[in-house]
Write a protein that binds this ligand. Structure first.
Ligand SMILES: Cc1cc2nc3c(=O)[nH]c(=O)nc-3n(C[C@H](O)[C@H](O)[C@H](O)COP(=O)(O)O)c2cc1C
Length: 221
């Protein structure tokens, strides 16, 4: 299985899928990963298989989704940091799915009603479509390290790799409105002020930064 940095490099959003069902052993691996991430992050993410209705809406077709029959619903108890946790743990499962040979797309808007169980006091923040892609997707425009961080010529290698991994992360409408600032071995990550889904994006890019930089090399400020 590819490691998480390889998964980061291989991943692109994919909205069109093949008719191929996800086999039992792959489901077991995904379900196990989701259960572990739920325990760690205090979430109720649910992997839902063989359910075409959620992506059968007018909005989903308008959003270019085809044959999307599986998805991950990010659900959790209402809390100020819920969206950031959904981003962080959701991206961990996205990269696991990528390593298992699947393709994904984060979807805040262009989907119909999901079949996730959302108990009283909980909220479905966002979903992620899942399946075998008709293609592997393609690279897109990206900001530069200088646009999103205080990276300079004297910066340690781990910071450069962290920012590089963050720039490969998915963000809503590819807005990349985040910033990483290093002070010694302390790193501050901030969401932009104006945009959409900024807190989910922040969780996603922090997940990538940790994988690129190596958790042992720095502390979050
Ligand atoms: C929080 C979030 C919400 C998103 N919502 C949608 C959406 O509603 N519809 C859609 O087609 N893509 C959605 N996307 C996918 C982004 O458009 C995509 O990640 C971005 O353009 C970067 O491309 P990449 O994922 O291939 O790197 C979303 C992505 C994120 C991170």
């Amino acid at each position: 299985m590819m490691d998480m940095m390889e998964a980061i490099r291989a991943r692109h959003s994919v909205r069109q899928y093949l008719d191929r069902p996800i086999p039992a052993d792959v489901r077991a691996a995904l379900d196990e990963a989701a259960a572990a991430l739920n325990r760690e992050g205090g979430l109720n993410m649910q992997v839902i298989y063989d359910e075409p209705e959620c992506f059968n809406s007018r909005l989903a077709h308008y959003g270019k989704f085809e044959n999307a029959r599986n998805y991950i619903s990010l659900v959790g108890a209402k809390a100020p940091d819920l969206e950031e946790r959904c981003g962080y743990y959701g991206e961990r499962v996205v990269l696991t799915a990528q390593a298992l040979g699947l393709n994904t797309c984060w979807v805040a808007l262009t989907h119909g009603k999901s079949k996730a169980a959302v108990a009283e006091g909980k909220r479905e923040v966002i979903i992620i479509s899942l399946g075998y892609g008709a293609t592997q997707g393609s690279p897109r425009r990206s900001k530069s390290a200088a646009d999103v961080s205080n990276l300079d010529a004297g910066a340690p290698e781990w910071f450069r790799r962290g920012v590089e991994a963050a720039l490969l992360a998915p963000t809503a409408v590819n807005q990349q409105k985040f910033r990483f600032d290093r002070d010694g071995s302390r790193v501050t990550a901030r969401a932009g002020r104006f945009g959409t889904q900024l807190k989910v994006d922040l969780g996603i890019v922090k997940c990538h930064f940790e994988i690129g930089a190596g958790r042992e090399n720095f502390t979050w400020a």
